[in-house]
Write a protein that binds this ligand. Structure first.
Ligand SMILES: Cc1cc2nc3c(=O)[nH]c(=O)nc-3n(C[C@H](O)[C@H](O)[C@H](O)COP(=O)(O)OP(=O)(O)OC[C@H]3O[C@@H](n4cnc5c(N)ncnc54)[C@H](O)[C@@H]3O)c2cc1C
Length: 376
C-alpha cells in the first residue's frame, strides 16, 4: 500500500490540472501526488471536447461562477506558455476570436440578449453589420445570416495536445499517474478516508480528491453522498479542408449551442449534440447528419471537405449547470471537483487553482459556496 500526500481519482483535464497545480505549489512534498484512472488518462470527455475557451473577464463583485470563468480564462495563455516551456508541447492555445450568428428571427432575439449579458460582464462584444460579414469571414454564407457579433477574446485549445502537455508536465514534476486502476470504494475511519479501494488493491493518502467526470455520482454514492451529475453525450464531426475548394472559417463560428472550430492545420471540428444517452459513446447517423447540415449551411464550401472522423464523449452534466467543488461534508480529508458539463476545458485552470488552495488548507480565491456538494 502506498501513502501519498494527495490522491486524485480520475485523470481527465480536471484531475490532471489539479495534480499539476498541486505539484507546482508543493515545492517539497513529503510523498507526492498520485492520479488513478480507470482507463487511459485524458481519453474521455477531456479528449472528446471541442476546446472552445469562451471570453470571460475576472471581476471581484461578480457571481463566483463568472469569477471562476474569468480566472480560468486569464490563466489559459499563462498555462499554455508555461506548459510549452516545461515540456516542449504546444497545447494548441490560440485566440482565434468567435463569431456568434443568428439565422432566424427567434435566434436574433436570443443572440441580442446574450450579447447584452456578455457586455454587462465586461466582455468585448462587437456588432458586425451584415454587409461587413463576408469580408470578416469569407467562408460564411453571409446572406443567410440575420445578425452577428464578434467576440475577439474567444479562444481554443486542442484537447489531445493539451492533455499530452499536462501529462508530460505532471511526469516532470513527479506526479505518478496510474492507468487502468479503477477506484471502487473508500475505507472511512473516524471521519477520514483511510484508504481508497481499487481494482488493484488499496492506496492511502493524506487527502483524496474525486475528479471522475461523468462517473462521479456512482462513486460518491459509496460514501453516502448524492450529487446530481449524469453523462450528457456530445457528438463531433471532424472535416478536413486541406483540399480546395473547401475553405475553413477563420473564426470559431457559433450558432446557439452548436459550433465550427477551425484548427490551424485546416481541420474543422463541427459540434455538438446534447443527448441523455447514459454511458453510450456511439455516434448516431442523425447526430452526424445534423452536424454536417450545420457545417454546410453555414459554410457551403465545406460540402467538399471529407469527413475524417466522428466521435462522441460524455460531458459531466450537473442539474443546475454548476460544477461541484469543495470538501465532502463529514469526511475531513476528501474533496470533489467534478460536474463541469460543457465548460470543463475552459474552467480547468481556475478549478485547479482554487481546489489546490482548498486542499492545501489555504483560502480559495473564489468563494466556493455556490459549488458546495450538499447544495441540493
Ligand atoms: C463533444 C464535447 C464537446 C465539448 N466542448 C467543450 C468546449 O468547447 N469547451 C469546454 O470547456 N468544454 C467542453 N466540453 C466539456 C469538457 O470536455 C468536460 O467538461 C471536461 O472534459 C470534464 O473533465 P473531467 O476531467 O471532469 O472528465 P473526464 O475527461 O471525463 O475525465 C474523468 C476521468 O475519470 C476517470 N474515472 C471515472 N471513474 C473512475 C473511477 N471509478 N476510478 C478511476 N478513474 C475513474 C475516467 O476514466 C476519466 O478519464 C465538451 C465535451 C464534449 C463531450
Amino acid at each position: 500500500m502506498t501513502a501519498d500526500d494527495v490522491l486524485i481519482v480520475g485523470g481527465g483535464v480536471i484531475g490532471l490540472s489539479l495534480a499539476y497545480e498541486l505539484a507546482r505549489k508543493m515545492a517539497s512534498p513529503a510523498a507526492g501526488v498520485r492520479v488513478l484512472d480507470q482507463s487511459l488518462p485524458g481519453r474521455e470527455s477531456s479528449w472528446a471536447g471541442a476546446g472552445i475557451l469562451p471570453a470571460a473577464v475576472l471581476r471581484s463583485g461578480d457571481h463566483p461562477y463568472l469569477q471562476l470563468a474569468g480566472l480560468s480564462h486569464a490563466l489559459h495563455p499563462v498555462w499554455s506558455a508555461r506548459l510549452r516551456e516545461e515540456t516542449g508541447c504546444d497545447n494548441g492555445y490560440r485566440r482565434t476570436g468567435g463569431l456568434h450568428l443568428a439565422r432566424t428571427g427567434d435566434d436574433v432575439r436570443i443572440l441580442r440578449q446574450a450579447a447584452g449579458e456578455w457586455r454587462a460582464s465586461g466582455i468585448d462584444v462587437r456588432d458586425v453589420p451584415c454587409d461587413g460579414l463576408a469580408a470578416l469571414e469569407p467562408a460564411l454564407d453571409a446572406p443567410a445570416v440575420l445578425a452577428a457579433v464578434h467576440v475577439p477574446d474567444e479562444g481554443q485549445l486542442r484537447n489531445p495536445w493539451h492533455v499530452r502537455a499536462l501529462l508530460a508536465a505532471c511526469a516532470r514534476r513527479g506526479v505518478v499517474v496510474e492507468s487502468g486502476v479503477r477506484v471502487e470504494g473508500f475505507q472511512i475511519e473516524k471521519g477520514r478516508v483511510k484508504a481508497v479501494v481499487t481494482s488493484d488493491g488499496t492506496r492511502s493518502a493524506g487527502r483524496v480528491c474525486v475528479s471522475s467526470g461523468a462517473w462521479t455520482r456512482a462513486l460518491l454514492a459509496k460514501i453516502g453522498l448524492s450529487v446530481a451529475i449524469k453523462p450528457i453525450r456530445g457528438q463531433i464531426v471532424l472535416l478536413n479542408t486541406a483540399v480546395p475548394p473547401a475553405v475553413p472559417p477563420r473564426h470559431i463560428l457559433n450558432e446557439g449551442s452548436r459550433y465550427l472550430v477551425p484548427r490551424t492545420d485546416g481541420r474543422v471540428l463541427v459540434g455538438s449534440t446534447e443527448e441523455d444517452a447514459g454511458f453510450d459513446t456511439q455516434t448516431t447517423p442523425e447526430g452526424v447528419t445534423g452536424l454536417m447540415q450545420l457545417a454546410i449551411t453555414l459554410c457551403p464550401s465545406l460540402r467538399a471537405a471529407p469527413v475524417e472522423a466522428a466521435w462522441a464523449g460524455l460531458r459531466p452534466g450537473s442539474a443546475d449547470g454548476l460544477p461541484y467543488l469543495g470538501p465532502v461534508p463529514g469526511v475531513e480529508n476528501c474533496f470533489v471537483a467534478a460536474g463541469h458539463f460543457r465548460s470543463g476545458l475552459h474552467l480547468s485552470t481556475g478549478t485547479a487553482v482554487v481546489m489546490s488552495q482548498l486542499i492545501l488548507g489555504l483560502s480559495p480565491e473564489v468563494d466556493l459556496a455556490p459549488f458546495a456538494l450538499d447544495r441540493h
